[in-house]
Design a protein around this ligand. Structure first.
Ligand SMILES: [Zn+2]
Length: 252
C-alpha cells in the first residue's frame, strides 16, 4: 500500500513543480544588458532593474533587483564613475522580494510605490498568489519615502514619469511610462512567440484583475505614440509601441 501513497505524492509534487516553473519556460529570455533611449535594462539573475540616469550625477531605478548586494547595479554605477549615493529615486513596480532586494545598498534613494502596495513593500502582506502565501510575510525593513497615485506625473530631470495603477499581480502593482519605455513589472511578459501575456496566476493575487488592468491600461494609452517598447521584469522587452498590449486587449 505504501507505494500507492509514494507514487501519489510524487505525482502531486511533479504537478506543483510544473505549475510553478511552467509559466517561466514560455517566456522570451532576458537580455544580459540592454541600453535603450538613455536608459539601461540591467539583468540581475532572473529579473531586471531599469537604470534611468536623469541628470549628470543622479539616477533613478525601476525596481532594485533580487540581489541584496546589488552587484549588477553597482557595476553599472561604477562604469559611469558614479556610486551608490547617486541613486536618488527607486520606483517600485511592486513589493515582491525579487524587485526590492538591493534597496538597502542605496541609502540616499527615495523609495516610491503606489499607496496600495505599502503593506507588500514593508512586509505585512505577500500581495497574494497561492505559492507566495506558503511563506508568511515578515517585516522587510524597507520604508516607503513617498506613496504615488494613479495618473501622477513625476518630473525627474531629463525624464517625466507617468504613473499607472495596474492592480492584480499585487494590489498596488504599478506601470511607469518613462521616455520611450513602458515598464510593466510583473504584470505582463513577452512569450516565446513575441506576444504579450498576463502575469502567471500562481504568483498573482488576482489573475482576473491583472488581465482587467492590462485591458484598461491599453485603453488609456491606445493613442500614445511616445511609447516605443514594453519592458517586463522577467522577459525581454517588446518593440512595436502599444501594439502588443492593444492586441492583448483585443483578444481578452
Ligand atoms: Zn512579482
Amino acid at each position: 500500500m505504501w507505494w500507492i501513497v509514494a507514487v501519489t505524492f510524487v505525482m502531486i509534487l511533479a504537478a506543483v513543480v510544473r505549475r510553478a516553473i511552467g509559466p517561466f519556460l514560455t517566456l522570451k529570455r532576458l537580455p544580459e544588458r540592454l541600453e535603450i533611449n538613455g536608459m539601461v535594462l540591467i539583468k540581475d539573475g532572473f529579473v531586471t532593474a531599469g537604470f534611468v540616469p536623469f541628470s549628470q550625477r543622479e539616477v533613478a531605478l525601476v525596481d532594485a533587483g533580487n540581489d541584496v548586494d546589488a552587484k549588477a547595479i553597482l557595476a553599472e554605477l561604477s562604469r559611469r564613475g558614479l556610486g551608490p549615493d547617486d541613486v536618488r529615486v527607486i520606483l517600485l513596480t511592486h513589493g515582491h522580494a525579487d524587485h526590492t532586494g538591493g534597496i538597502a545598498k542605496f541609502p540616499k534613494a527615495q523609495v516610491m510605490a503606489l499607496a496600495a502596495e505599502t503593506d507588500v513593500v514593508e512586509g505585512r502582506s505577500t500581495g497574494g498568489g497561492w505559492i507566495l502565501r506558503l511563506r508568511p510575510p515578515k517585516p522587510t525593513g524597507i520604508r516607503l519615502s513617498r506613496t504615488l497615485r494613479d495618473g501622477e506625473i513625476l518630473d525627474l530631470g531629463s525624464f517625466q514619469v507617468r504613473v499607472f495603477a495596474v492592480p492584480g499581480h499585487t494590489p498596488g502593482s504599478a506601470a511607469y511610462a518613462i521616455g520611450e519605455n513602458l515598464f510593466l513589472g510583473d504584470s505582463a511578459n513577452q512569450d516565446t512567440h513575441g506576444r504579450l501575456k498576463a502575469a502567471p496566476g500562481i504568483f498573482s493575487g488576482s489573475a482576473a484583475q491583472n488581465r482587467k488592468s492590462l485591458v484598461e491600461l491599453a485603453g488609456r494609452l491606445a493613442g500614445d505614440r511616445s511609447i516605443k517598447r514594453l519592458v517586463f521584469s522577467h522577459s525581454a522587452p517588446l518593440e512595436g509601441g502599444m501594439t502588443p498590449l492593444l492586441e492583448f486587449a483585443r483578444l481578452a
